[in-house]
Design a protein around this ligand. Sequence first.
Ligand SMILES: O=C(O)c1cc(=O)[nH]c(=O)n1[C@@H]1O[C@H](COP(=O)(O)O)[C@@H](O)[C@H]1O
Length: 239
Amino acid sequence: MTRDQAREKVIFALDTGEFAHVQYWAETLSDKVGMFKIGKQLFTACGPAAVRMIQKFGGEVFLDLKFHDIPNTVAMASVEAARMGVKLFNLHALGGYEMMAKTVDALDKEFKGGDRAKVLAVTILTSSTEETLKDVGIEHAVPDMVVRLATLARKAGIDGVVASPREIPLIREACGSDFLIVTPGVRPSFAALNDQKRVMTPAEAVNAGSDYLVIGRPIGDAPDPAAAAEMILDEIVAG
Ligand SMILES: O=C(O)c1cc(=O)[nH]c(=O)n1[C@@H]1O[C@H](COP(=O)(O)O)[C@@H](O)[C@H]1O
């Protein structure tokens, strides 16, 4: 894999609450990552202005608001997300079939089959374990739940999933090669696990077939973030 191909796969999780930091990250990492993820913290603090700031610097955005609500509310929020011109956004597959299908339907009506944001379904969070699922009354193994939710998302017309890289082979087998798999829970050899539980290294995730890697703290908390991003690209290229 070339360095450009590796860069296109890396999504930097822009987990900050400070608008002033957005421009810094856009400038520092624009030639080191393929996309910027704006999640609940930054969007709650700064709203669509954060999306526009990344776009102003030529960056692509993954809007990570993990919608989970009644079907109509999620469908309408999804149309608003897509209207911002983001490349990816997501919802929780646990919201169910009707919520996902209604969202795809609303997007198709709004964009009339033209180019639009891809919608991803979060399966089971990479910070969750069997214990986490048991606590909320789910008595299934994590990989079984991930495949079940990915299959349901595909049936509803969703473009792909967010999952741990460890579950890529099972998802590919169940959902095929044209289904996007976006993987957080990625830890380069030099970084700490933090609260992530089901992890792989960047090279392992790419080799397993991940379309995009979401990486935050290993870059954002590094003493030299640009160098950390370069080291991640090195790991992927050496793969
Ligand atoms: O949807 C996500 O992006 C997501 C899903 C998931 O299962 N696990 C997960 O960590 N994420 C996000 O991916 C990012 C990972 O950040 P780091 O753990 O700092 O690399 C965070 O912004 C999380 O919100």
